[in-house]
Ligand binder design. Structure first.
Ligand code: ZN
Length: 64
């Protein structure tokens, strides 16, 4: 067992908006972005130009 604190959420803003640097498309993190599930993270792609908007690290909250 590892005794590491899993409190990695420090930024708790009211509304986050993601911007695409490719076509200036913008939307909420849970918007119409194309999510590419990677083994340890989620890559959000722009639904317009398919550019990488941001990479979200997955949280290890498996119930097992
Ligand atoms: Zn775009």
């Amino acid at each position: 067992m590892n005794g590491q604190p899993s409190t990695k959420q420090t930024s708790r803003r009211r509304k986050t908006v993601l911007f695409c640097h490719g076509c200036e498309y913008q939307g909420p993190p849970d918007g119409p972005w194309v999510v590419r599930s990677q083994p340890d993270c989620d890559v959000l792609l722009c639904p317009r130009c398919n550019a990488t908007v941001t990479v979200r690290e997955r949280f290890d909250d498996e119930p097992g």
